[in-house]
Write a protein that binds this ligand. Sequence first.
Ligand code: SF4
Length: 572
Amino acid sequence: MNPKSNPLPSKSPPEFANPDSPSLLAPDEPPLRVMALRALYYCERLFYLEEVEGIYVANDHVYAGRTLHEEVVALDDETPERRSVEVSSQYWGLYGKVDAVRRRDGKWVVYEHKKGRCYRDQNNKPQPWPSDRIQAIAYAVLLEETLGEPVPQARIRYHADNVTAFVTIDEEAKNELRQALQRAFRLRRSCQRPPVTENERLCPHCSLNVVCLPEEERLRTHSTTSPPRLFPGHRDRETIHIVTPRANVGRSGDSLIVRTEEEKTKIPIHQVDSLVLHGFVQISTQALHLCASKEIPVFWISAGGKFIAGLTSSPGRVQQRIRQYQALTDPQTQLRLSRKLVLAKIETQLRYLLRATRKEPDLRNHVDQHIQRIRECLNKATSAPSIDSLRGLEGMAAKAYFASLPFLLKGKTADEFRPNGRNKRPPKDRFNCLLGFGYALLQSLVLRSILAVGLEPALGFYHRPRSSAHPLVLDLMELFRTSIWEIPLLGSINRCYWDPQEDFQITKEHVWLSDSGRKKAITLFEQRLQESYFHPYLSRSLSYARIVELEVRLLEKEWTGCPDVFATMRIR
Ligand code: SF4
């Protein structure tokens, strides 16, 4: 018999579970994991993010803990004990898996293994941390109920300093557990995220700090707090674009295999941030399963550069979406966020034109009337009374802005690249073809950032749900069109980066990018995402790829207790 999975014999009735008392759970509530109590004691917000919103991120501490448990189980293979014992209780509303239970002096004892150090009391005696203690108590009472006999003690082995701390399982301990569960169930029924913990020292070790952004919230309420550092400034994985026609993406183990007529490339899945398939690239069901299991989104973009679809295994974060729905269906919130969005967009366009013409008075003269028009729109937008009026002002500013862009192309620029107004679906000139292709890449980036945060992309606040594109994606794209694509695009044309013949496919009806043109556009876009930019709210630089995700997280804070942090970034 395999001791690792051997359950202990159950002796009913569970007299240790107060059978006369009703369950702590409401009839329709699911039981709680014992591990959730550790999170509750560590930080109530962490508990809420994991148990209510279903957000789990395993960081190095979590991985190290898992490895330790596997090693401990392997090392102890000869001792008379039961390991990985599954226990649960209807009364307590709890379930979990005890590391080990052993017979000591005729009684069963719960053993838990921890990688770190213990807490020391004033006599330097090893004591369990509160979060470890509550976990050990929970396992002990569940074991009592399973066995129908007392489990008077739990022991916690701290491997970093090689000591064992003891927990007595008495009425006081059980009351502590009862109170913790009442608090946990109350939090689980709430629609409000608890505030960030006051103990700032916990956050750097928290697995969800990049989701929670505690420093950003503290920065808002305590102006003396030092600039946030927890949100990573750069991506640690890559977006893989497959552009070769008739390429095929398959799977081998935990890697994606990309086959073209010329070569076969193996890409370990842990290096992949998302997969973008351009044109008629094929992908196997097995490769899709691998991406779905690792929560790696897959996007399809047409050969003509139109965003077609995205596939993602989004976790069901019901509470998070209920809050988004409540916020974004409120007309006041819609108007407030729309105004912030439109102001950010118009001001970015204005700043770009001013910056590009600062040292060239003749050029400034050419675009001056457009600049004045944009300024007027910006002033009016600050007090626009409705979303419709904001849309009108944004449209007027965009017209003036696009009318200015041809003047920013240098004299040596080939005539083929000079746009003839803004046109799309399909683009009629090279400039508009390039604009549209970059926007499609931006759309996939914004969509995957929204899904990574857990928001519903179909529920926006500014764009009307008219096309197949998700309104929230269209909303957030407005923040980045100029900074992530239009600025590097104009720079590339001025550097003669594009070949007017080789990089384009031209028919009477439309202009598309050729294979070489697509590869160049993707390179330009991805290079831009690696560039860092100073984010005023964080007071530090982040890559553009991270800034997009940060803005989605800051948007969510607008309705989770930390308003006025969204859309503050402007180009200088
Ligand atoms: S980052 Fe800090 S405040 Fe946020 S969940 Fe973790 S411990 Fe709590």
